[in-house]
Design a protein around this ligand. Sequence first.
Ligand code: NAD
Length: 300
Amino acid sequence: MGAKIIDGREFAAEVRGKVKDHVTRLASEHSIVPGLAVVLVGQDPASQVYVRSKGKATVEAGMKSVEHKLAADTSERELLALIDQLNNDPSIHGILVQLPLPEQMNEDLVVNAIEPAKDVDGFHISNVGLLGTGRKSMVPCTPLGCLMMLRDHHGSLSGLDAVIIGRSNIVGRPMAQLLIGDSCTVTVAHSRTRDLPEVVRRADVVVAAVGRPAIVQADWIKPGATVIDVGINKVEAPERGEGKTRLAGDVDFEPASRVAGAITPVPGGVGPMTIACLLANTLTACCRSNDIPEPVGLTA
Ligand code: NAD
């Protein structure tokens, strides 16, 4: 029997719908509109696309969207001044500085200048520490999206063996903290892991966040396991014509979907959840800052 395909587009639409409902209620009951400020420095084409779609999704959810586009040669001091202004703006509940930043900027310094309560990316060192010690924090969007999909599929994750492949600060490490928080037995594998296939074979839950197309083979997957594929890789697609490409995940999808119990596709799996979780985080930040109970099911 083939795996259940976890439809990230459908699930993300559901999450966005819930966010929108809460936003409507916040407006009618408290006259509050959550606000998200996105800061883009420079002209990186991929970043421009991300920023545009984040702004559009924010407005669609009924929230206020503010975009600050700064020239590539902006000084770090100017950027820090803008962040300070946004930190002190009561109409802004979430601040996101699109990464990567130009060379003249120290990314750590910039990210850590954001007020932790407004840090909707969850990258501020205070939020990293809070998450790492099992406390309430702002949680990075991509692993939060993976967690939501896993909870939705399994109900309880308690006692499951989870293997995360990748130890980045954006995906692998926070994913590990979230799954520990949900009482999984967590293994974090990485580029130096010995016998990766054997490690993955133990897992009831596999989260692949490597950035190498089809690295995870079907015969690494325990029959019935849930596979969350975070990887986004551009691969050649000669079947689409000369020089054409397509997106592929870290998992060899077709054969793996004949072994797994459930699996996310690429595209259409984790990707759409990331923006949905950014909206959820903005709403959560807004509720926390106004001492309003935060929405159930939209946080870790
Ligand atoms: P990264 O490059 O920071 O980290 C990759 C990790 O993979 C590292 O920890 C490394 O140790 C590990 N790794 C590398 N080669 C390995 C190997 N041969 N065996 C085992 N582990 C190996 O990447 P990242 O930022 O964590 O992103 C990972 C992937 O997820 C990328 O494809 C990225 O595009 C994608 N991504 C997707 C979303 C989304 O919204 N869906 C968000 C963030 C990242």
